[in-house]
Ligand binder design. Structure first.
Ligand SMILES: Nc1ncnc2c1ncn2[C@@H]1O[C@H](COP(=O)(O)OP(=O)(O)OP(=O)(O)O)[C@@H](O)[C@H]1O
Length: 233
């Protein structure tokens, strides 16, 4: 549907157990848009992302992600939501006991893929997308942090999502590798018209790759004014 936002929240409350982390959140992102999510430690960035990928329930308010309603999202609907998203974490979260190929195959099978040759083909495609085709048979521990994050990005791409949610994806990487990963995510977002919402503490990345920036502050999510972003650094 044209002009349907990829993410919308209306008057949404975000709880961690009984603790109200964010309240009356109105938030919207359009297809293909790239945006940052900033805010102090504990301000609610991860909690907001968790609402969007169905890891926390939306208790009050309305919301949809990639056309799926977040209100009353039943456990059985969560896999459907997750197939429409790619998620990238700070700590990569690869399965350490199997090769890169088997890591990717695991996700495809868990999301309903059955045909062996289609699985192999899709794995080769995403590894090509992140320039990691030669690492297919390696174990995660044989790769550098930056390479492991590339594989995590490839894993996020498997089901051709319209949206990537990234929680501090450069948080464990050195500055040079962080730039590489940012270039990769930016390129993939542009090539595939894929929206990206990236939580980060890394203002040097925002400075280098400027984009719309939301800030979690005092229980609210606001669009950050660009001139105030770098006032303190
Ligand atoms: N599992 C949990 N149970 C109870 N409270 C939690 C839980 N996880 C987070 N919180 C609380 O919710 C609030 C928001 O946490 P959240 O992890 O969303 O912040 P954040 O902005 O992502 O922080 P950081 O930058 O440190 O990752 C914090 O006060 C935190 O203590």
């Amino acid at each position: 549907m044209p002009n349907t936002p990829i993410i919308s929240l209306r008057d949404a409350d975000v709880y961690q157990r009984n603790f109200l982390v964010l309240n009356n959140v109105d938030f919207e992102m359009q297809a293909g848009e790239f945006a940052y999510l900033i805010g102090k430690t504990g301000s609610g960035k991860s909690s907001l992302l968790k609402i969007l990928y169905g890891d926390l329930p939306l208790q009050n308010g309305a919301g949809q992600v990639a056309g799926i309603d977040l209100e009353n999202l039943s456990t059985s609907k969560i896999p459907h939501l997750r197939r429409k998203l790619g998620i990238v974490f700070q700590d990569f979260q690869l399965l350490t006991d199997r090769t890169i190929e088997k890591n990717l195959e695991f996700v495809l099978r868990a999301t309903g893929w059955k045909n062996k040759s289609e699985i192999t083909h899709r794995i080769d495609q995403v590894l090509e997308d992140v320039n990691m085709a030669t690492k297919k048979h390696k174990m995660p521990h044989q790769l550098s942090g930056g390479e492991q994050q590339r594989i995590a990005v490839a894993r996020a791409l498997l089901n051709q999502p319209q949206l990537i949610l990234a929680d501090e994806p450069t948080g464990n990487l050195d500055p040079e590798t962080s730039i590489e990963i940012m270039n990769l995510i930016k390129r993939l977002s542009e090539e595939n018209n894929m929206a990206v919402l990236m939580a980060t503490h890394d203002y040097s990345m925002i400075r280098r790759f400027p984009a719309k920036t939301f800030r979690c502050e005092n229980g609210k999510v606001l669009v950050a004014e660009s001139q105030s972003l770098f006032a303190n650094i």
